[in-house]
Design a protein around this ligand. Sequence first.
Ligand SMILES: Cc1cc2nc3c(=O)[nH]c(=O)nc-3n(C[C@H](O)[C@H](O)[C@H](O)COP(=O)(O)O)c2cc1C
Length: 334
Amino acid sequence: MKILETKYMGLRLKNPIIVGSCGLTASVEGLKRIAQSGAAAVVLKSIFEEEIIKEHEDTLKKKLGYQDNNLEFLDYFDYQLKNDVLKKTATLVEEAKKEIDIPIIGSLNCASSGEWISYAKNLEKAGVDALELNVFKLPFDIDQKPEEQEKLYLSIIDKVKENISIPVCIKIAPYSSNLAAMIKKLDDSGVNAITMFNRFYNVDFDIMTDEVKAGGTYSSDQDYYNTLRWISIMSGKVNCDLSASTGIHSAETAIKMIMAGATTVQVVSKLYKDGLGSIAGMLKNIELWMDKRGYLSIDEFRGSVHHEPKENSEKFERVQFMKYFSGHNPDQVI
Ligand SMILES: Cc1cc2nc3c(=O)[nH]c(=O)nc-3n(C[C@H](O)[C@H](O)[C@H](O)COP(=O)(O)O)c2cc1C
């Protein structure tokens, strides 16, 4: 009997597999199926404040004609709409709580910094067990100083942590001018966990029509390397839990993330591609591997391969192929 139990942000999970935030986690039916699949916890589909406002303004414009000057009128409906969305989420959490016994983690992305607190408080009140802050904004402003992004993250964490008492996780992007230092600062802010990394809407071109279109939505099973590198580099340097996300499609990759020091792994694309049954397969294969390696519990191998020994750190820090390629015969590649 293997012990897969894992403590994440103080929550007791029956194993380290979490279903990450996505469309599959947006309904009671979806949450029930996820709980039945064997996943240990679930992150709800994010509430996107910006999307709510935009959708609402578009509807109003269509319905009533554009009332450009009537900002108060729009404010009233913004308020109304926000309340509707929060009520819907509260009902979702309330109903899901009756049906499933795994922790439910709320997820939030706000456009205006003031709104983080009110949405976070409402999610806590609705009964979520923890909250994941999905804070990323693409830093495309050439006048923005690198530290501004960091300051924004830290101020949001501060405000949210001050106002709620459930554990708080921050989900970050791999884009930062000094990722290691930023992750350390996030850890110092007292956040309970960091999810590394979010995957974003990709942009692509159609070369026949000049159209800008959506790129691939899902990750592949090869997309985990960057997460593995950064979990390995940071796991010995932070106090908070690290949750690995992106490219986790198999037991093998989940095991690697835990060996690197991740507390939990989040799975999304694999479930869209191959269904929720993949979770049972992953759990079974983790146990089989533990058997082969003689591990009795997940805790025994968490962090077993990480950045610290010199021979490892040289490999994790290598970014160019230099030496690697010079040892390879190009004829063999062809
Ligand atoms: C269809 C879809 C919807 C998603 N929606 C959200 C979301 O609402 N909030 C969020 O934080 N991440 C969202 N994500 C990102 C996932 O939670 C996850 O971080 C990302 O897909 C990388 O994991 P994967 O490689 O297992 O897919 C979404 C991903 C997909 C594919």
